[in-house]
Design a protein around this ligand. Structure first.
Ligand code: SAH
Length: 255
């Protein structure tokens, strides 16, 4: 039912994603309702298919964003009693590699833990309580994500507070924020296909942490699969191949 969720409004799209079981949880549904895809997709924003953004980039289909959000939710908002550190003890850090339109970057910000301070202000010590970094290697796309997010008051507040930051750089082997060298990421989402699952990327996952990444199949005819990479509280890593996909590749930045 992945491709059958098109609507004529954001609400209708979200209802269909729920009906087709692509959105399963109410938290994800509320985030999808809050972030209007019309501010991010240049055309047919409520159709359940990818749309081109130019520069070889596409905004992924809504059902793929739904799948990413559902897979990452248990790490973003660990269930009570799961033994994971609370977001107050350790502010949640999320990295969205290949942020493109900025849509999923915004959506991930809406899924930050509920016990993080709800006013989007920077704490007195200058540290951001919980945050999402959207990383792009093409400057116009980095700017596009930021501009799309600036269309709403809520998006502007997330940017002004530093809870969402768009950065320019190559994300194939992860990303380190200046001054946050040791911090790592609770969640890493990769929005373009990797040739392989680089160790450097896995090392940047916190314990516990989860990554959602499309990777080219090793053998065969150019297939790709989504992999879920989990690092548990002891640092043990498990890699699970989930389902076949078609993403644009992670590449060198054009000269
Ligand atoms: N999540 C985005 C996906 C955009 S398409 C969305 O749904 O809108 C994939 C993006 O990855 C493109 O914008 C492309 O410019 C970016 N990208 C490709 N290679 C990259 C790299 N090495 N480092 C960072 N971003 C990269």
């Amino acid at each position: 039912m992945a491709w059958r969720s098109s609507g004529s409004t954001n609400e209708e799209l979200v209802e269909k994603l729920c009906l087709n079981n692509m959105i399963k949880s109410d938290v994800v549904k509320q985030a999808f309702l809050k972030v209007d895809r019309g501010n991010y997709a240049p055309s047919s924003p409520y159709a359940d298919c990818p749309q081109t953004l130019g520069h070889g980039a596409t905004i992924s289909a809504p059902h793929m964003h739904a799948s990413a959000a559902e897979h990452l939710l248990p790490t973003l908002q660990p269930p009570a009693g799961s033994g994971r550190p609370s977001s107050k003890a350790r502010p949640t850090r999320v990295l969205d590699i290949g942020s493109g339109s900025g849509y999923l970057t915004h959506l991930l910000a809406e899924l930050l833990p509920a016990d993080a301070p709800s006013d989007v202000s920077v704490a007195a010590d200058g540290k951001v309580p919980a945050s999402v970094v959207g990383l792009e290697h093409i400057e116009v796309l980095r700017d596009m994500g930021e501009r799309n997010m600036s269309k709403t008051e809520e998006g502007r507040a997330l940017l002004a507070s530093g809870r969402v930051r768009f950065r320019l750089g190559d994300g194939r082997k992860g990303w380190v924020e200046p001054g946050e060298e040791e911090a790592g990421w609770d969640v890493i989402h990769v929005g373009a296909a990797a040739v392989k699952l680089h160790d450097e990327l896995v090392q940047q996952l916190r314990s516990p942490g989860r990554m959602f990444i499309p990777v080219e199949d090793e053998e065969g005819v150019g297939g790709q699969h989504i992999w879920a990479v989990d690092k548990d509280a002891e640092g043990n890593v498990t890699k699970k191949r989930l389902f076949g996909v078609r993403y644009v590749p992670l590449t060198d930045a054009p000269k």
